[in-house]
Design a protein around this ligand. Structure first.
Ligand code: F6R
Length: 610
């Protein structure tokens, strides 16, 4: 996610902002910028690329004098990484200059409304719409607080804004919804930051803003307001952690932090295509005409992204009744598969740079097939070369083992499956509406599972010295088993295999030994008895039986060594919940083995060679 900063005090703001942004670099970014207010003028410097470029351009900040300013590292979501789209963004007369984290979901409506009042737009960002909306209200009252309270009544989505108002020297304003913002208190200076690690060097006295709080900084003074503009009291806290722990939001590893960011990633990914009560995939090229004319779907990806595709195959086929082929990119590219020109190729990649996936996509395009890329990194090669893109909103993933990007990719696939089904009338409007409700309920259910993580930590202790594990499932649960097994092996180095449960008797069952972990996934009611008997076969050969079951679908309560239950959802969306305990189990076994969870041996985050 983007990094955000604000400063006002006695020192040169630009130097403090650049140093603070450097401490936020770990979050991942593609552009950076600062703005400093002095004598009624706001000076801005920003660019695509590294912070180093900004430092060189401003001679370490010395070119931009002033003691009140804001800064940002951007990780593009709306609009490619570019100098223009980099933050800060401003209103035309520079009355309002702001940086923003998050997504303004209704930016199109806001732009249309403002266009009717004579506003024009210079960037491709959603942020500019918000900045100009604040300006619109500011022009009516010349009161920053009033302008912010009015604007946040209109803005939908998740956000954290930090702002300068040209006519209010020495002041920095902030507002947050669903994204973090903290205020720091120094002797004669004050700070705003998205992440405490950015300001720990300067102060350990901080205020944690609540959702929907508005904050005003003056030199050494921090004041808070609610959405009606009434002053609020907040308690100052002292930070006792070290800077490194702060970057991880208090978690021991980035992987655990990212596991906890999944509810947000799911919410934001769905929010990015759900406007004014309707799903709209036209930005991804999926118009009703296109969805009606597609004859079949190829899904091409690697690793965990392939596992998302494996789940999507079951979901799209079942909901939309379109044949789907799921292909490993490394196989697809050398297969000479006779390709159907009326097919749609869905390419899934977190990084957007995976060599095999990119090559497979190029092959599909050369064959005249329409390509839709589901990608997390804006401006990546796959995103640039695909005919259309559906951006997941997971934010930068630092841990090598993917978690939140996987969850966001699933959401993209659910929405695509539902839209095909709606347009092709293979599901009823009532069922379609209920599916939307189910997606919206997923974030809360994910957090509910995370509340029980200690159970898996305890279980992991049992497998510290284990050598082998099996993960069994059928249908979507097989796709989840593949992901759970990969999570286990890649970070804990415990050899594990995912098996389509019906295949057990065709060979793998001979490997079961006393005490071996056999995890069974059970979320599909119609298959519960089938998987139950496969698990009993494993148990009678000495396996330790872990059932990950959806509420209402639990079997083997008596026979299993442990049953971990996940909340109920529509069975098509069960992967989003069933995968969480498996991510946690892999994580805890790796921690118990004292391994480098975030950087497992031999693996890279972006696999740019084949
Ligand atoms: C596993 C993992 C990998 C990636 C795979 C594809 O945790 O992260 O299996 O899923 O290397 O990477 P992307 O999605 O960047 O194409």
């Amino acid at each position: 996610m983007c990094g955000i900063l604000g400063y006002t005090g006695d020192r040169q703001a630009s130097e403090i902002l650049l140093a603070g942004l450097a401490r936020l670099e770990y979050r991942g970014y593609d552009s950076a910028g600062i703005a400093v207010l002095k004598d009624g003028t706001v000076q801005v410097a920003k660019n695509k690329g590294r912070l180093k470029v900004l430092e060189e351009k401003t001679h370490g900040g010395r070119d931009i004098q002033g003691t009140c300013g804001i800064g940002h590292t951007r990780w593009a979501t709306h609009g490619e990484p570019s100098d223009i789209n980099a933050h800060p963004l401003w209103s035309d007369d520079m009355s309002v200059v702001a940086v923003h984290n998050g997504i303004v979901e209704n930016y199109r409506e806001i732009k249309n409304m403002l266009a009717n009042h004579g506003y024009a737009f210079y960037s491709q960002t959603d942020t500019e719409a918000a900045v100009k909306l604040i300006d619109y209200f500011y022009k009516q009252s010349h009161n920053p607080l009033k302008a912010i309270t009015e604007a946040i009544k209109v803005i939908e989505g998740s956000y954290c804004f930090v702002m300068l108002f040209k006519d209010f020297p020495g002041e920095v304003w902030g507002a947050r919804k669903d994204l973090p913002l903290i205020a720091g208190q120094g002797k004669s200076e004050s700070f705003l930051a998205s992440d405490v690690s950015a300001i720990l060097q300067d102060t350990r006295s901080v205020y944690y803003l609540d959702n929907m709080d508005i904050v005003q900084l003056k030199k050494g003074v921090v004041r808070f307001f609610d959405t009606e503009g009434y002053a609020k009291h907040k308690e100052l806290s002292e930070v006792t952690w070290d800077a490194q722990a702060a970057e991880k939001g208090g978690f021991e590893h980035f992987m655990m932090k990212e596991i906890h960011e999944q509810a947000r990633a799911v919410r934001d990914t769905f929010g990015s295509v759900f406007h004014s009560g309707k799903v709209d995939l036209s930005d991804s090229g999926l118009t009703d005409e296109v969805m009606k004319s597609v004859s079949q779907v190829y899904i091409v990806a690697c690793g965990s992204a392939y596992h998302v595709g494996a789940a999507a195959q079951y979901i799209i086929e079942d909901l939309a009744k379109i044949p789907v082929r799921i292909e490993m990119a490394s196989e697809f590219r050398y297969r000479n598969l006779p390709l159907d020109k009326n097919a749609l190729a869905i390419i899934i990649s977190q990084s957007g740079e995976t060599a095999d996936t990119l090559a497979a996509m190029r092959l599909a395009r050369e064959s005249g097939i329409k390509t839709l890329a589901i990608v997390n990194v804006v401006g990546s090669t796959i995103a640039r070369e695909a005919d259309n893109v559906f951006y997941t909103m997971a934010g930068p993933e630092i841990a090598v083992a993917t978690t939140k990007a996987y969850s966001a990719q699933l959401i993209a696939c659910y929405v695509i499956a539902m839209e095909f089904a709606r347009v092709r009338r293979t599901i009823t409007p009532t069922y379609y509406e209920s599916l939307i409700g189910e997606i919206q309920a997923l974030p809360e259910k994910i957090d509910e599972i995370l509340d029980e993580k200690e159970k898996l930590e305890e279980l992991a202790g049992r497998f510290v010295n284990a050598r082998n594990a099996f993960y069994l499932g059928r249908n979507i649960d097989y796709a989840v088993a593949m992901e759970g097994s990969l999570k286990m092996k890649e970070i804990s180095y415990l050899h594990s295999e995912a098996i389509a449960a019906g295949e057990m008797k065709h060979g793998p069952i001979s490997l079961i030994e006393r005490g071996m972990l056999v995890a069974g996934i059970m979320t599909q009611k119609n298959l519960a008895l089938k998987i139950a008997s496969n698990m009993l076969e494993a148990k009678s050969r000495g396996g330790f039986i872990l059932m990950v079951a959806m509420r209402g679908c639990e079997a083997l309560q008596e026979e299993a060594d442990m049953v971990f239950t996940v909340p109920e959802t529509d069975p098509h969306f069960a992967a989003s919940l069933a995968v969480i305990p498996l991510q946690l189990l892999g994580y805890y076994v790796a921690v118990a083995r004292k391994l480098d969870v975030d950087k497992p041996r031999n693996l890279a985050k972006s696999v740019t060679v084949e």
